[in-house]
Design a binder for this molecule. Structure first.
Ligand SMILES: [Zn+2]
Length: 144
């Protein structure tokens, strides 16, 4: 997956807007190069966890299929922790798409986008860069 600067900035802006609550949303469009970011509501309104609000999820999914798009990825922010997936993140990663994490801990700066695939975390963290707030992500649960 490659993410355009525009979409990366949209996710970061959403994460900063919701800080210190975790932000969440999805990427739609071709899976290799998503076309659209859809910010969504964190039903848990929590600083340490998120869940998509079910009614909103239903309508967003319907809109996505109406447009002929596919789910390209999910994203959420970590406001207290680095961009490593929590055990809950791994448990809830039910869609076979890349899962991105944006860390807003410590100020309005993108710290990382990481794949949720545990085996790939080290590689994702190693590739992080403030100058280039994007990274290649890996599909979960495929090993890399
Ligand atoms: Zn998380």
């Amino acid at each position: 997956m490659r993410i355009s600067q525009e979409l990366a900035e949209a996710m970061i802006a959403h994460a900063l807007e919701e800080h210190p609550i975790e932000a969440c949303g999805i990427l739609c469009g071709p899976e290799d190069l998503p076309a659209r970011v859809v910010p969504m509501e964190n039903e848990l309104d929590s600083e340490t966890a998120y869940a998509l609000e079910p009614a909103q999820q239903l309508s967003v999914w319907e809109g996505m299929y109406d447009r002929g798009e596919e789910l390209a990825g999910t994203y959420h922010s970590h406001t207290r922790h680095e961009a490593y997936p929590s055990p809950r993140d791994v448990e809830y990663a039910v869609y076979d798409v890349p899962h991105l994490i944006i860390c807003t801990k410590g100020g309005p700066v993108l710290r990382a986008l990481a794949s949720i695939e545990p085996a790939c975390i080290a590689a994702a963290m190693a590739s992080r860069s403030r100058d280039r707030p994007m990274c290649v992500c890996w599909r979960y649960p495929r090993s890399c």
